[in-house]
Design a protein around this ligand. Sequence first.
Ligand code: GAR
Length: 332
Amino acid sequence: MENDPAPGNAAKAAPKARVAVLISGTGSNMAALLYASRRADCPYEIVLVGSNDPQARGLALAAAEGVATFALPHKGMKRAEHDAAMEQAVLDAGAQYIALAGYMRILSPEFVSRWEGRMLNIHPSLLPKYKGLDTHARAIEAGDSHAGCSVHLVTAELDDGPVLGQTPVAILPGDTPETLAARVLYAEHQLYSRMLEELVTRPYRADWLLAKVGELALSLPEAEARESHGAPGWRTGGKSGKYFAYFNDRHHGEPHVALLVKTDGPDELAALVERDPDIWFRPAYYGASGWAGLILDRPGVDWDHVRGWLERSWRTVAPRRLTALMDAADEF
Ligand code: GAR
C-alpha cells in the first residue's frame, strides 16, 4: 500500500493532511491542487471546496471529481457571520488546513487568527509588490521586467504574511494584463501545490522540527546550542554547563524524530511511556539515566507541552543563580 513503511521499520507514515480550498471563481488553482493531490504519494488531500458564489465554476468541477462542496452567498450577511458559516463547513469536513485560491473575500481577523500557520493564499504578484487587485496592469505600467506569483501564509493584513515561495514570470513586449495573467497562471499552478506540500510536511521534517525546537530551547536563560556525539543539543550554565535537551533524528535506529528531555528518573519515564506511548519512548542509552524521548514527528504536537518540558528539563540542570531568578518570576 502506498506510504506504508516496510515491516520492521516502526515509523508510521504521516497521514495525509486534510485541506479545504476556498474559491470565488474559475478555480483553476483549486484544480491544480486537486490534480496534484491525486498523486499516490501526495501528502495532502482535498476534503472540501467552498465558495461564496454558488455559481463558481470550480464548484462544478470539484463535485464532478467527487470532492465535497459547500457554497454560501455572502450577500446580505455580516462578514463575521459569513466567515463563521464557511469555517463551520471547513471544520465539519475535518480540514486541518485552508488553501485560499482566488477567494475574493477579506476574512475577519478572528477567523484568520484561528488558522494561523494553517491557512495559505496565492497572489498574482511578487509580494510585497502589488497587493490587492489589478496586479498585472500595475506591473506592466511600472515597466517591471517580471511579474509573478507568491504563495504566503495568511495573516490579518491583506496579501501579507510570510511568503512561502514565489515564481517570477517575464513580462513580454506587448503583454496586456490578460496575456500576462494567463501566463502567470501557469506558474501559479506549479507553485501552489509545491508550497502546500511543503507546508503540510513541515511538522514531520527533521530540519523544520530542529529549527522549531532550537528556537524554544534558546529562549531559555543562558541556553546555548552545542553538538553532542553528532546530535544537536542545548545546555546551560556556561563553560561547564550541562545539557538539558538533545535532538534525535532517528538516532540509534529509533524510528522517531524526537526531543530528549530529563525526567525525575526511570520511574517517571516508565510512567510516561506507559500512559502515552504515541508521545513518549525510552531512548537507547539515555533512557537508563531518566532521559525521555518526546516524539515530534507526529500529528498534533502541542508546542506548549514541548516548551513546558524543555523548561522543566532546563530547571533540573541550570545553576542555582539562574533557577532562583525563574522561581522569583514564578512568584508573580
Ligand atoms: C488567481 O490568479 C489568483 O492568484 C488570484 O485570483 C486568480 C484566481 O484564479 N487571487 C488573488 O488575486 C487574491 N488576491 P482561479 O480561480 O482560476 O484559481
